[in-house]
Ligand binder design. Structure first.
Ligand code: F6R
Length: 381
C-alpha cells in the first residue's frame, strides 16, 4: 500500500528514516549519553560498536583481502562509488568499482585474494549475477549487499548483508540507495575496526553520527513543500547539469539519473572540477546547474565552480549545509541540509534530489512509479 501517499516513490522517499533504523538495528550500537544512562534508558549500551555476523564469520578472508572490487548497475553502482571511498578510508584496502556489464565481458584480472562486493536492490540483475559467477570461477570471495531476501544474487554470494529496507516498488530506486550506503558504511567501519585501520576516535564519532542520521533525514524531509515549489520552475528545462565533489560526486550522478528516468529531462552528473574540461560550454541561461555543495573539505573549490557557472548566466540550485551564508549570495535557489560528517553527507544530500526529480515529474504529469521503457528488475542483459 502507498500508505496515504500518491505514489510509491514518494512513500519510499519518506520511508527512509524508518527503514534506515531497521537497517541498522542489531548492527549499530551507539553509546548512550550519561544522562540517558542515569535515567535508566538504554543502560545496556556501554560502548560504540558495529556488529556484522558476515564480517565476524569471514574475518580472515576479509581481513587478508588485497583488493576489493565492487560490481553493480545503475543506482547500486553509484552507491558503490561511495563504498569505495568508505572502504579505502577506513580499511586501507584499494577498491575498484565496475559496472557489472563491463566487468563480465572484459576478461578482468581477478585474484583469489580479491573480495568482490556485489550490490543489488532486486538481487536479480542479470549482469550483476553473471559478474558474480565469473568472480567465483576465479576463486574470489563474493560478498553481497542485497535487498531482496532469498533472491538469486543473495543465494549466489558466499556471504553478505541484507539491506533490510523493505520491498521497493517504485521503479526509481530511493530507499535502497540510502540503505546500500548505510550497509557500506557499517561494513567499512566494522572491518576497519577489526583491522585496526580506523582510530578509536573516528570509529566512535562515525557511529554516534550514523545513529542520528535518520533524525536528520526527517529534518530534510520537512523541505518537501519548498522543493515542490522550486520544482515548478524547472519543468521547462530540457537539460540539467548536476555537480558535486568528493563524497557528493556520486550523489550528483544519482540525482541526474533520478531526473532522467522519471522526469525525462536530460541530466548529466559530473565531478564539479571536470566542468571546465568540457561541459561548461553548455552553460547558458537555459541550462540549470545543480550543485551539491555541503560545507566540507572541498567547499571553497566548489564555490569557485559555482561562480564560473554564474558568470555564464547559468541558473543555480545548491544543496548546502544549514547556516551557510556564502552560497546563498551566489545561487538562485538553496536547499539546506543539517550538518554532518563528510562521509555521511550523501545520506542527506540525496534526499532533496530524489524529491526534486519526483516533483518535476509530477508537475509534468508523468507516471512516476512506472516510467516508460524501464523495468524494476533488469533480468535481461
Ligand atoms: C535507478 C534504478 C536502476 C537500478 C539498476 C540496478 O533508479 O533503479 O538503475 O539501480 O537497474 O538494479 P539492482 O540494484 O536491483 O541490481
Amino acid at each position: 500500500s502507498k500508505g496515504g501517499f500518491p505514489h510509491f516513490m514518494l512513500k519510499e522517499i519518506f520511508d527512509q528514516p524508518k527503514v534506515l533504523r531497521d537497517c541498522m538495528r542489531g548492527r549499530l550500537f551507539a553509546k548512550t549519553s550519561d544522562e540517558e544512562k542515569r535515567s535508566g534508558r538504554n543502560n545496556d549500551v556501554n560502548d560504540n560498536d558495529v556488529v556484522l555476523s558476515a564480517v565476524k564469520n569471514n574475518k580472515d578472508r576479509l581481513m587478508s583481502a588485497k583488493r576489493f572490487i565492487i560490481v553493480a548497475c545503475g543506482t547500486s553502482w553509484h552507491a558503490g562509488l561511495i563504498g569505495k571511498q568508505l572502504i579505502e578510508r577506513y580499511c586501507q584496502i584499494p577498491v575498484e568499482v565496475d559496472y557489472a556489464s563491463e566487468f563480465r565481458y572484459r576478461d578482468p584480472i581477478i585474484y583469489p585474494t580479491d573480495v568482490v562486493i556485489a550490490i543489488s536492490q532486486s538481487g536479480e540483475t542479470a549482469d550483476t549475477l553473471a559478474a558474480i559467477e565469473l568472480a567465483k570461477s576465479k576463486g574470489a570471495c563474493v560478498f553481497g549487499i542485497v535487498n531482496a531476501v532469498g533472491s538469486s544474487i543473495a543465494r549466489q554470494t558466499d556471504t553478505g548483508i541484507y539491506i533490510h529496507v523493505g520491498p521497493e516498488i517504485g521503479v526509481a530506486s530511493t530507499k535502497a540507495f540510502t540503505g546500500q550506503l548505510t550497509c557500506l558504511t557499517l561494513l567499512a567501519l566494522c572491518l576497519g575496526h577489526c583491522k585496526g585501520t580506523i582510530s578509536k576516535d573516528e570509529y566512535d564519532e562515525m557511529i554516534q553520527e550514523l545513529a542520528v542520521i535518520p533524525d536528520k533525514m526527517e529534518q530534510v524531509l520537512k523541505l518537501n513543500d519548498a522543493i515542490k515549489t522550486i520544482s515548478r520552475t524547472y519543468t521547462y528545462a530540457t537539460n540539467f547539469l548536476y555537480l558535486g565533489r568528493g563524497w557528493n560526486y556520486p550523489v550528483a550522478l544519482e540525482g541526474a539519473l533520478k531526473l532522467k528516468e522519471i522526469s525525462y529531462i536530460h541530466a548529466e552528473g559530473y565531478p564539479a572540477a571536470e566542468m571546465k574540461h568540457g561541459p561548461i560550454a553548455l552553460v547558458d541561461d537555459r541550462m540549470p546547474v545543480l550543485f551539491v555543495a555541503t560545507h566540507h573539505k572541498q567547499y571553497q573549490k566548489i564555490v569557485s565552480n559555482m561562480e564560473e557557472v554564474k558568470a555564464r548566466g547559468g541558473h543555480i540550485i545548491a544543496i548546502i549545509t544549514e547556516g551557510d551564508t556564502e552560497i546563498p549570495k551566489i545561487a538562485n535557489e538553496c536547499i539546506e541540509v543539517p550538518q554532518t560528517l563528510a562521509p555521511l553527507a550523501p545520506l542527506l544530500t540525496v534526499i532533496p534530489l530524489q524529491l526534486l526529480a519526483y516533483h518535476v515529474a509530477v508537475c509534468k504529469g508523468l507516471n512516476v512509479d512506472q516510467p516508460r521503457n524501464l523495468a524494476k528488475s533488469v533480468t535481461v542483459e
